[in-house]
Design a protein around this ligand. Structure first.
Ligand code: DGL
Length: 265
């Protein structure tokens, strides 16, 4: 990828629609930027797939984003970060900002000294996550819970279905019963279930994610590289999917709250 100019777009991708929780923070932080979002919904979820599968998908999407002349890329997927970001950084000469579970801020705010992390199987199994915990946990006990099925519920737009609630209850209960007072949403799909998660967790439990810090880090990186778009313009969003565009359009419109055009990759 050639090094960019400030008017080029920023690419953002996820296994599906979850990365929209990051995209909305980027839009808030950087209103002048043109954003290209890729939902790899035809290949989602990533969370229980072999590493090679996720790495190949990340490379395929980077190639697509390169064809769109992006000046920076945001990996808006914790699973893809854990498995593929090192390979992407080695291969592509473009600023790549990636997301990881908010373990550090959770440790900083926990009073019970017990923190729960909800994420995909692959994120929790990865070396990057182990390192994150060993670097930041200190005296805090970090409980983890893989949550198969939750991503599918968000991909289907089932944000408050009874089946979604029972999954959330099943996954949260054990961590809450052990005394977790802070729950980390370690998958970008889960912020769309935040109301449900807060309801199940109760008012004394904090629920945090990493979307806003990622947007701020993106701003820092663009600024440092002299690539921030001039702020006298209004940025656009373009949505792409590898899934069936009709199905994905409905869910993106629901989560992005607006009429959207979604194109097939
Ligand atoms: N949204 C993704 C993440 O942050 C991936 C979920 C999945 O596809 O399983 O981990």
């Amino acid at each position: 990828m050639r090094s960019g100019s400030s008017e080029q777009p920023i690419g953002v991708f996820d296994s599906g629609v979850g990365g929209l929780s990051v995209l909305r923070e980027i839009r808030r932080e950087l209103p002048a930027e043109d954003l290209i979002y890729v939902a790899d919904s035809g290949y989602a979820p990533y969370g229980d797939r072999p590493e090679g599968y996720v790495r190949d998908r990340a490379v395929a999407i980077m190639e697509f984003l390169r064809s769109k002349d992006t000046k920076a890329v945001v990996v808006a997927c914790n699973t893809a970060t854990g498995i593929a970001v090192d390979a992407l950084r080695a291969r592509y000469d473009v600023p790549i900002v990636a997301i990881e579970p908010a373990v550090k801020p959770a440790v900083a705010r926990s009073r019970s000294r017990i923190v729960g992390v909800l994420a995909t199987t692959q994120t929790l199994a990865g070396q990057k996550f182990a390192k994150l915990v060993s670097t930041h946990a200190g005296d805090v006990e970090v409980l983890t819970q893989a949550a198969p099925g939750l991503v599918d519920q968000v991909e289907a737009g089932q944000l408050d279905a009874a089946s979604t609630r029972s999954l959330v209850e099943r996954y949260l209960r054990p961590m809450l019963e052990k005394g977790a007072d802070t729950i980390v949403l370690g998958c970008t799909h889960y912020p769309f279930l935040e109301d449900l998660i807060r309801e199940v967790a109760g008012p004394d439990v904090a629920v945090i994610d990493s979307a806003a810090p990622v947007a701020r880090e993106l701003r820092r990186r663009l600024q440092a590289a002299g690539l921030l778009a001039p702020d006298d313009r209004r940025g656009s969003e373009t949505f792409w999917t590898t899934g069936s565009d009709d199905r994905v359009r409905g869910v993106i419109a629901q989560l992005w709250t607006g009429d959207v055009e979604v194109r097939e990759v």
